[in-house]
Design a protein around this ligand. Structure first.
Ligand code: ZN
Length: 247
């Protein structure tokens, strides 16, 4: 994922956005306003969507800062249509480091959810208008959804990395851990593609072409990572420098 525009350096990490982030920002804005042309509504929705993108960035920054603290080189963060990606370089030093780096993202999302929930409670107590209150509640909910979705144990999702770190710690076999986590990613991603394509026609709630696209991304990334894990094992070169992505 190559950034179209640079958004500067945050905590010493290069942040950029791919043009496709406009797609998600636009869809969210129209979804939240339902296309109603009310000025007050849009004046709330646009900053809310910008804050949401900031939440995606905070999730990736959490991964990146912890990755750097564990001795990995962080190439940068890119926001795009399906969320954020942090590009890491170097071999994952240990199962513990892999766990900490993976868990940092969802932990940040839950932390943000708690902060927005608290803000909505305080806002309600001080008589804040209904519109900004519902924006705060929405931000709390989407951060819970973001954190929870990412904990699905299927690489490249964070839960898949956590699963891999556990298998690695128990079996001491990094390759096996990667293959199990990426196989789970292929199964989960494949199921999401099928669900996203067929679901809307048979009345499955909350699934759309978006689900299928996310599934496709998961399958492709998991397959590429599995191939890399097998290759590294074959040439016994786990110590050489590799690039990886954290979502
Ligand atoms: Zn993540």
């Amino acid at each position: 994922m190559r950034a179209t525009v640079r958004l500067g350096r945050w905590f010493g990490i290069d942040v950029g956005a791919h043009w496709s982030v406009v797609v998600i920002a636009g869809l969210l804005s129209f979804g939240l306003t339902q296309g109603v042309g009310d000025v007050a509504l849009w004046a709330t929705v646009i900053p809310t969507v910008v804050v949401f993108l900031g939440c995606l960035l905070a999730h990736e920054l959490a991964h990146s800062v912890i990755a750097r603290r564990n001795g990995m080189h962080v190439v940068g963060i890119t926001l795009w249509m399906l969320g954020g990606v942090a590009q890491l370089e170097d071999v994952m030093p240990s199962a513990g480091a892999q766990f900490r780096i993976a868990a940092a993202g969802p932990a940040m999302s839950y932390l943000l959810a708690g902060a927005f929930f608290l803000a909505s409670r305080v806002g309600a107590a001080f008589g804040l208008d209904a519109l900004p209150l519902s924006a705060l509640s929405w931000l709390a909910v989407v951060n819970v959804v973001l954190g929870t979705f990412n904990l699905i144990p299927a690489a490249p999702l964070d839960g898949g990395r956590i699963l891999a770190s556990g298998v690695w710690a128990v079996t001491k076999d990094r390759t096996r851990a990667d293959i199990i986590a990426t196989s789970a990613g292929q199964v989960f991603g494949g199921a999401a593609v099928v669900l996203g394509v067929i679901g809307p026609f048979v009345g499955v709630p909350y699934v759309s072409v978006w689900t299928a696209m996310m599934g496709l991304f998961v399958v492709r990334t998991a397959s590429a990572e599995q191939q890399q894990a097998r290759l590294m094992a074959a040439i016994a070169a786990h110590d050489s420098r590799v690039a990886s992505e954290v979502v």
